[in-house]
Design a protein around this ligand. Structure first.
Ligand code: PLP
Length: 472
């Protein structure tokens, strides 16, 4: 449809113009979500593959895919069909009754865990990553009879009260009173900005040694040395930090950590809400690191963002009906049939695809193009990643000092939708994360093609150049 035809149609339908719509939003929508982080508010109208389109039909190449929830591309026809089919058969069902899709999906996930980790367990569904984190906390507390957990500085586990208590940012807790079960936050191996100022490759995992030292004497506050009982029940990790800035740890870090945890019966809870479903080139990011988690939490891409289905897998001893009996946790929408039908189709799609080969291959192609660019622009201080979880850390000219101003400028230039040479104007959608809010966390569709990566790199370079000029 041409722009003229669209405008005509809008007139006919009495469709509201953008300005009055934004005025309504400003007046009636809560600003408590993240929309008003942005300088320019975009209203999107439709999507396809790796692109979003605004009301003027400007094409925006999306490098964040709903924070990695839409891994399999916008309007993936196979997954959309699964949803439509379920709508026409059994769209609603109270979660106390069974439907086939739930059983098949739980089976596929649990059998996959068994195959990958030789660990038997069960799956419990809920809605949204934070709610699944809450369920995992219940499982952990029930098994250990302890409340306290370790989590990482830079870690993000959601915004419900329980999830906020183990998410590192105080900003997310500040307004909401006392969090008695606030996690003890441990430095994450963020080698580009080592919290201990060590040099990557020459540190002998000093950060891990520091964690281990906590257990040396009871006076470091975590363990009773007389009986080796630790006050902390579990360690919540993101194997690759997501919101923290797509940070990949050294290869040996997690096996070293697990050894320490095992000594003190501390559970390892692996939050795969953002990195799960092949974002890093493996089904779970933790698979890169040669450890077996006790609990895995997942959400987002399980349904390609079509339904907020989430869940946990836990080892049998933590979640068997003997210890986690009926009614231990519940939500009206927890294993809803629309979500489980799409989740099941996602699992089938994964089984029939070769993401384990394609994601790393595409990731390498993307990374090498970005690294070429970084040679020209010292402001791209760190460019790295795993699979298709990539990061660009934006810095001052020294290649190290965080540069939030430039990061914001690039983001806004991308969102303005005015990039691109020739007749066609395009936008670029980038997500910003990182400890200093200066990291572009790139999570492109797993189906992105090489020519689309080339286009993404060109658009990024244009936005970067304009941003540098603007902030100079
Ligand atoms: C690692 C991780 N855990 C948990 C969550 C919370 O999930 P949700 O926003 O669906 O509640 C997120 C969300 O971004 C996440 O990235």
């Amino acid at each position: 449809m041409s722009q003229k035809e669209r405008t005509e149609k809008e007139k006919k339908n009495g469709r509201m113009k953008e300005d009055p719509l934004l005025k309504l939003e400003a007046r009636y929508c809560s600003w408590g979500d993240t929309v008003h982080y942005a300088e320019k508010l975009n209203i999107f109208n439709r999507s396809e593959g790796i692109y979003l389109y605004d009301r003027e039909d400007t094409q925006f190449l999306d490098l964040q895919m709903w924070y990695s929830a839409a891994n399999f591309g916008y309007r993936n026809s196979r997954l959309n069909e699964a949803l439509k089919k379920q709508i026409d058969t059994l769209p609603q069902l109270a979660c106390q009754y069974l439907h086939e899709e739930k059983i098949h999906l739980a089976t596929k996930l649990a059998q996959r865990m068994d195959l990958t980790f030789e660990a038997e367990g069960r799956v419990h569904f809920n809605v949204g990553g934070s709610a699944a984190i809450e369920d995992s906390l219940k499982v952990v507390r029930n098994h250990t009879k302890k409340n306290l957990v370790f989590a990482f500085m830079g870690g993000y586990h959601g915004r419900t009260l329980g999830a906020s208590a183990i998410t590192s940012s105080y900003r997310y807790r500040e307004k909401f009173g006392h969090f008695s079960d606030r996690a003890m936050f441990i430095p994450y191996p963020y080698c580009f900005r080592c919290p201990y100022d060590k040099k990557k490759g020459f540190c002998d995992l000093y950060c891990l040694q520091q964690f281990e030292r906590l257990f040396e004497t009871e006076y470091y506050s975590v363990v009773n040395k007389k009986n080796n009982n630790c006050e902390f029940a579990a360690f919540y990790v993101e194997a690759v930090q997501g919101t923290g800035g797509y940070i990949v740890p050294p290869a040996e870090y997690f096996s070293g950590l697990k050894e320490i945890l095992d000594r003190y019966n501390i559970l390892l809870v692996d939050d795969e809400v953002q990195m799960g479903f092949f974002r890093t080139g493996k089904f779970w990011a933790i698979e890169h690191f040669n450890v077996v988690p006790d609990v895995v939490v997942f959400g987002k891409a399980l349904t390609n963002g079509l339904n907020p289905l989430s869940g946990i897998w836990a080892k049998e001893k933590l979640i068997s009906p003997n210890v986690f009996p009926p009614g231990s946790t519940h939500s009206t929408f927890s294993s809803n049939p629309l979500g489980t039908a799409i989740g099941l189709e996602t699992m089938r799609l994964i089984e029939e695809s070769d993401f384990a080969v394609q994601a790393p291959k595409k990731g390498e192609y993307f990374l090498s193009a970005l690294r070429q660019l970084a040679k020209k622009y010292p402001q791209m201080g760190d460019v790295s990643g795993l699979g298709l979880a990539l990061r660009i850390e934006i810095c001052q000219k020294d290649g190290f000092t965080p540069n939030k101003e430039l990061t914001d400028a690039i983001t806004n230039i991308g969102l303005s939708g005015k990039l691109g040479t020739g007749g066609k104007k395009r936008g670029l959608v980038l997500d910003v994360g990182g400890y200093y809010k200066n990291v572009f966390t790139l999570a492109p569709s797993l189906y992105i093609k090489e020519e689309e990566i080339d286009l993404a790199v060109d658009l990024f370079e244009e936005a970067l150049k304009k941003g540098i000029a603007l902030t100079a």
